[in-house]
Design a protein around this ligand. Structure first.
Ligand code: SAM
Length: 321
């Protein structure tokens, strides 16, 4: 990569110091040339280069701009060059190479046992949607006492929920025994073991008939065609984190069908889906989905309140309702 060229400059010729900013630019150029997929916590080569450089130098990603002119030692340049080579050669998501990812500036441990966190729900949880002056999804976000995160993976959304709803106890459910270990590690690193239970099992099974003020889920929702077309980066992630059955909605339907029995009176369900909006609206013609757009998504996150979810089974084509 370009960094090497900089290191090989002839003796006696004063080389311009390599700074954080120049390094980010040269790494970004390498990543761009390699035509990688940027979808694992970063959205373009510059963002990914900044992540690589910041993490290697021990700078929180929010503060990298403030360190733009800081010179970078040769040893760190070499470390970054090796990382970039591995990223391009293996197509592994950078988060797996660094064993770290940030959501809303919050760091999470991550490895191949769990999908790399990047859910749109993080942004929704942090937004005014839960405590706006003129509108709120819940009557009193400060009074939320219990949250259930279904399909928790690394535990990222459960942890962000615990941080958002300070008085809440959070249950996080995950079927994969590998991912559960990552979630438990993250819960411990964020010192949330007293407020966050990580439970292994199939959707609502581990929580029996318990009710929650808020249920959130970013379930597997990739359809058959999407599974066949997954980019190389995603093939390093657990397939069960993506596979949502033929139309991608197998798990989403189960969540909608059962959520009503697990919500308190004024509670609600916040759920991310892929591109299944139309199919979902056809399957549940009586439900009034509230579609929430985020910075990077449109029509991929819905909200349903408890009132609607009480008794709304899916209409399956070919079967009488
Ligand atoms: C799209 S990933 C989301 C992970 C995490 N919530 C996030 O946003 O990064 C879906 C997760 O659901 C888990 N999963 C799949 N089927 C499940 C089931 N029936 N019950 C519980 N978890 C399940 C997968 O192992 C995977 O970790």
């Amino acid at each position: 990569m370009n960094v090497r060229k900089t290191l090989k400059r002839k003796r006696g010729v004063p080389a311009k110091p390599v700074t954080v900013a120049s390094l980010v630019r040269s790494v970004a150029a390498d990543l761009k040339r390699a035509k990688l997929v940027f979808a694992h916590g970063t959205v373009d080569p510059i963002a990914e280069a900044a992540f690589i450089v910041a993490e290697t130098l021990g700078i929180h990603p929010h503060f990298i701009a403030a360190r733009a002119e800081m010179p970078v030692a040769a040893a760190k340049q070499k470390k970054i060059a090796r990382l970039v080579d591995r990223r391009i050669r293996t197509r592994k998501p950078t988060a797996y190479l660094l064993k770290r990812i940030y959501m809303l500036g919050v760091p999470f441990y991550i490895d191949e046992r769990a999908i790399v966190p990047r859910s749109f729900l993080g942004e929704v949880l942090a937004s005014e949607l839960f405590a706006g002056q003129s509108f709120s999804l819940l009557p009193d976000a400060e009074a939320v006492g219990s949250v259930l995160d279904l399909c928790t993976g690394s535990g990222c959304l459960a942890i962000l929920s615990a941080m958002r709803f300070r008085g809440a106890k959070v249950d996080a459910v995950e079927l994969s025994k590998d991912a559960i270990e990552v979630a438990r590690r993250n819960a411990a690193e964020h010192k949330l073991k007293k407020r966050l239970r990580v439970l292994r099992g199939d959707l609502f099974a581990p929580v029996a008939d318990k009710r929650y003020d808020l249920i959130i889920s970013n379930p597997p929702y990739v359809d058959d065609a999407g599974m066949k077309g997954l980019p190389p980066e995603c093939r390093h992630e657990p397939a069960m984190a993506f596979d949502g059955g033929t139309d991608g909605l197998d798990i989403v339907r189960r969540i909608i069908d059962e959520a009503g029995r697990h919500l308190t009176r004024n509670g609600g369900l916040l759920c991310e889906i892929g591109r299944g909006r139309e199919a979902l609206e056809r399957a549940y013609p009586k439900l009034r989905f509230l579609w929430l757009d985020t910075e990077e998504s449109s029509g991929e996150v819905f909200w349903l309140d408890a009132g609607q979810l009480r008794g709304a089974p899916a209409v399956i084509p070919g079967r009488s309702p």
